[in-house]
Design a protein around this ligand. Structure first.
Ligand SMILES: [Zn+2]
Length: 213
């Protein structure tokens, strides 16, 4: 069953950002990144429970998971996890079929998103459970951690939400290591959800940092 969402991706040129110069997603060009060396750099995750629930907020199906993360030395609380197909960020011009967004908030209410790019390949067992339970009211027994790659090297820049209200000052951490999903999983997600990719936005004067761990 195709859900009807309030956001119309076919009309996205009419979306009105509240700022406009620092929007997401962007095309990441690895040779233009600046290596991040400060001692606070790095991402450290913990997930409190293995039980997740779904919340359809009319914009995106959200996976509600409990957890915390230290992102660049600052404590954040996990708000929700959701997915986009096709992936929103590109790396050196390469597009991916799926992107997961782990949305975090710090103590000041500022948002950070950890993004995971999925290449087409082997089936992902955790994502299969997400797909299987999309329409149910059941709690989901998965470890959200398994939807993150093992290596936490990342690209970092300051951007925006990729759905209205497109709020800026969102810290992005796009993980460098990819996970995979199968062709049929990509098709199943699009059948359930429709395509929900925001088009690439100009980098303007922003710097993209790279952190290698
Ligand atoms: Zn998103």
């Amino acid at each position: 069953m195709l859900k009807s969402f309030l956001i119309d991706y076919l009309q996205q040129e009419k979306w009105q950002p509240d700022g406009g110069e620092a929007q997401s997603p962007i095309a990441i060009v690895t040779q233009d990144t600046i290596t991040q060396t400060d001692e606070n750099a790095g991402l450290y995750f913990s997930f409190e429970k293995e039980v997740c629930n779904f919340n359809n907020n009319g914009q995106n199906l959200q996976l509600l998971a409990l957890g915390e993360a230290i992102l660049n030395g600052e404590r954040h609380v996990l708000m929700q996890v959701h997915f986009h197909s096709e992936a929103e960020h590109t790396i050196d011009g390469q597009s991916f079929p799926l992107e997961g967004h782990f949305v975090y908030q710090n103590g000041n209410g500022e948002l950070a998103v950890v993004a995971v790019l999925f290449a087409e390949g082997e089936e992902n067992q955790e994502f299969q459970q997400v797909l299987a339970e999309f329409d149910s009211e059941n709690a989901l027994m998965i470890s959200a951690e398994l939807l993150l790659p093992e290596n936490k090297s990342y690209y970092h820049y300051t951007g925006s939400l990729t759905t209205p209200p497109l709020t800026e000052n969102v810290k992005w951490f796009v993980l460098q290591e990819n996970l995979t999903v199968s062709t049929s999983q990509i098709e199943a997600f699009c059948a359930l959800h429709g395509k929900n990719r925001r088009q690439l936005q100009p980098l303007n004067q922003r710097t993209v940092f790279a952190y290698h761990c």
